[in-house]
Design a protein around this ligand. Structure first.
Ligand SMILES: [Fe+2]
Length: 462
């Protein structure tokens, strides 16, 4: 057993174990498997007592408990509670055999599960892959020592990265008061990290008066953006939680929350000179839905700068947030091809499935009875159309597509083409904008009047 663990699986089901092994191998996540919760509990506690000789000494980032052959929801709950008791801060998932009544599902969630999967979702959808990309790959986000205030209680844990051991280690526990002395000692660590799920706490922390005045606008924007990223992930987890028949109220609350967060982000972004400092960070390529928060930010900002009213600004942002949710239901073999950018390698059946994702996204939103207008429904469905009629799913031409739809389409293109790729030299925003807008193929994808508007918007400095 190594001293850090990404994925802890508690399952005696061969199918589940094989499938998770494959996923972890593919994404290079470390994995340990226990047959049942008692073995898990015994090994952890034994390991801790004996100084970590036989059990992991750090909490796993994600624990998945499979409860497929568990007859009652009480026994499912029990399994979840054991895992929660051992590692209360790990993200906890539970796999159940079939849909269950809301009361039972919410019972499981109340007992500590952050997310419930249906068995077939593990095999036939990309939902676990999405959860892992958020919980494992993107778990730690960088902060600076200057973000912390002396003599104030920490509302979250702070970590540093130990390169020799390739792991994140805690250097400040939640509730610690950061004394002068402690802060001086911490200087030697350089960069600090917090867990992504603590981003809301961090935001409240830096919203205190002192930081309002000292934190730069860019920094605040950056955290608003990270806040959107995390809340968006939670929104998707909930939206796609089919263990429950109905989560309308929670869905609406999260939806409103995302709307509010993205609106406040846009309002601050407008004042930022170097937009890319906030949004364009080095990105893991091709993970499904991973790009949505950036696309949403661009769509909202461009809409605002084009002079659209606040309803339209919100509408295009909602369309970008919801438009790809249906991709969660694509089979893992298909998202694997999409991840490597090989749309051309899709079989005709796969292509058909892929081209259905806008309609699937709309279906998820409607199933959850999210309060979206008919216009937003159109923006969602039309997000892969092109002015020359060669897009999908309906092949609609430019004269039938609205300015707002073009903006939704453009925001995605803009983000995908401009994002910094690891190992690639940084582009300059003005140069990039000019090159993109001078590309003659723009006229095939967008209406000329829209391209002209983009030119006014993005080339104004030259
Ligand atoms: Fe899409």
């Amino acid at each position: 057993m190594g001293d850090s663990l990404d994925f802890a699986l508690i399952s005696d089901d061969k199918g589940i174990v094989d499938s998770i092994r494959m996923l972890c191998q593919h994404f290079n996540y470390s994995l340990e498997v226990w047959k049942n919760e008692d073995d898990f509990f015994d090994q952890q506690t034994a390991g801790n007592e004996e100084g970590g000789a036989s059990g992991p000494t750090v909490e796993p980032l994600l624990i998945l408990v499979s409860a497929l052959n568990t007859p009652t929801h009480e026994s499912v709950t029990q399994k979840v509670q054991v895992a929660k008791q051992v590692y209360p801060k790990s993200f906890l998932g539970c796999v159940v055999a079939q849909k269950m009544p809301k009361e039972e599902a919410s019972f499981i969630q109340k007992s500590g599960a952050n997310i419930v999967f249906l068995e077939n979702e593990i095999y036939n959808s990309s939902k676990l892959e999405y959860v892992c990309s958020n919980i494992i790959r993107e778990m730690f986000i960088p902060v600076k020592l200057a973000d912390f205030e002396q003599e104030r209680i920490l509302p979250f844990d702070i970590y540093y990265y130990a390169p020799q051991r390739s792991k994140y280690l805690i250097c400040g526990h939640e509730t610690l008061v950061l004394s002068d002395e402690k802060m001086a000692k911490m200087k030697k660590y350089g960069d600090f990290f917090i867990k992504r799920q603590d981003i809301n706490k961090f935001n409240n922390y830096i919203k205190s008066e002192r930081f309002q005045s000292t934190a730069s606008l860019e920094k605040r924007c950056r955290f608003q953006y990270l806040n959107l990223c995390w809340n968006y992930a939670e929104f998707v987890f909930l939206l796609t939680d089919y263990s429950r028949y109905n989560s309308l109220q929670e869905g609406k609350a999260l939806f409103d929350n995302c709307k509010e967060i993205s609106n406040s982000l846009i309002n601050s972004l407008v004042a930022v000179d170097d937009l890319w400092q906030v949004i364009n960070q080095k990105t893991i390529e091709g993970m499904i839905l991973h790009h949505v928060p950036a696309i949403t930010a661009y769509a909202g900002l461009f809409a605002l700068k084009m002079g659209m009213d606040s309803t339209k600004v919100t509408d295009v942002m909602l369309a970008t947030m919801l438009g790809d949710v249906g991709m969660i239901y694509l089979p893992p073999s298909l998202t694997k091809k999409l991840r490597s950018g090989k749309v051309s390698a899709l079989t005709p059946e796969e292509l058909q499935l892929y081209q259905k994702h806008p309609a699937d996204s709309l279906k998820v939103a409607l199933d959850r009875r999210l309060p979206i207008s008919p216009k937003v429904r159109d923006y969602i469905v039309d997000a892969h159309e092109r002015a020359d009629g060669s897009g999908f799913p309906r092949g609609r031409t430019g004269d039938k597509l609205s300015q707002e739809v073009f903006l939704v389409i453009f925001a995605e293109e803009y983000h995908i083409k401009s994002m910094q790729k690891i190992g690639q030299e940084k582009m300059l925003m003005n140069e990039f904008n000019a090159k993109l807008l001078d590309d003659p193929s723009m006229m095939l994808r967008y209406r000329p009047t829209f391209v002209n508007e983009l030119r006014n918007l993005l080339l104004h400095d030259e």
